[in-house]
Ligand binder design. Structure first.
Ligand SMILES: C[S@@+](CC[C@H](N)C(=O)[O-])C[C@H]1O[C@@H](n2cnc3c(N)ncnc32)[C@H](O)[C@@H]1O
Length: 242
């Protein structure tokens, strides 16, 4: 992998002006796109894998790429079961022979090829509740016109939050994390009826995640983290406690 990756450039100077409106819309409508067959099959495999294990806390490493982070998290949280999910068979196959099926990479971790938008909906419908959820270096979609492709601008955002747990996002684009944090506040406000208060003129937004932190120079947790670190980019972290 090259180590001269460029910093993100965007035609957005600050948070997207339609972010709050978009989150509100997604909180009041449900996503109707059909669940892909391969993700439904992957979800069944994940369910069987979990049923065969001790009843431990559950973690997802969503968009895990090659699964480097999934392996490291499995070692760090040995008391949890961890599932790394990515849609790219090409990336997953750098770590394992996963072939549209589940591949175990440690006693307590596996990798799975699946579409997250579908997998998260299936997981929520099945009653899954997470202890932790990592989303490391999500595709930024920096063009303003593509805001709805970012996780916080996507119709699946309420599902992602309802899966619960401590959500950790990392990015080389600070604005992505700022928007995510704002979107969580907007979601919280709607869920607790704050939208009505705001319409009435009250200003009682609920605090969301931790402040956005600069990640100190430490051993990279994922391949993209290593790539960005090696090219000297500042890297950021946001932790949301749900
Ligand atoms: C920039 S890479 C980061 C990979 C890894 N987390 C890392 O830090 O090295 C983003 C990853 O998210 C995956 N991804 C993006 N959208 C996805 C989706 N809707 N479903 C599943 N995986 C997705 C991509 O395939 C890609 O591997």
């Amino acid at each position: 992998m090259q180590n001269n990756s460029r910093q993100i450039t965007s035609n957005q100077a600050g948070p997207h002006p339609r972010l709050s409106e978009t989150v509100r819309k997604h909180c009041t409508t449900s996503l109707r796109s059909p669940i892909s067959e391969h993700t439904a099959a992957a979800f069944d495999q994940a369910t069987s894998w979990l049923q065969a294990r001790a009843d431990r806390p559950l973690m997802l490493d969503s968009g895990c790429g090659t699964g480097m982070s999934t392996g490291l998290l499995a070692a760090r949280y040995a008391d949890a079961n961890i599932i790394g999910i990515d849609r790219s068979i090409h990336r997953l196959q750098k770590t394992t022979a996963v072939d549209n099926s589940l591949a175990e990479i440690a006693d307590n971790a596996c990798l799975l090829q699946a579409e997250l938008v579908d997998f998260w909906r299936l997981a929520l419908a099945a009653g899954w509740q997470l202890q932790r959820h990592t989303i490391l270096y999500p595709n930024p979609y920096p063009k303003s016109a593509h805001m709805q492709r970012r996780w916080h601008g996507h119709g699946v955002f309420p599902t992602l939050l309802k899966l619960g747990g401590e959500i950790e996002l990392r990015s080389n684009w600070r604005l992505y994390l700022e928007e995510f944090s704002t979107a969580v506040s907007e979601y919280n406000m709607i869920e607790t009826g704050g939208q009505r208060n705001r319409e009435l003129g009250s200003n009682d937004a609920i605090a969301s995640g931790s402040p956005i932190e600069l990640i100190p120079a430490e051993e990279p947790i994922s391949l993209f983290e290593k790539k960005y670190r090696d090219s000297g980019q500042p890297l950021y972290r946001l932790v949301i406690q749900r």
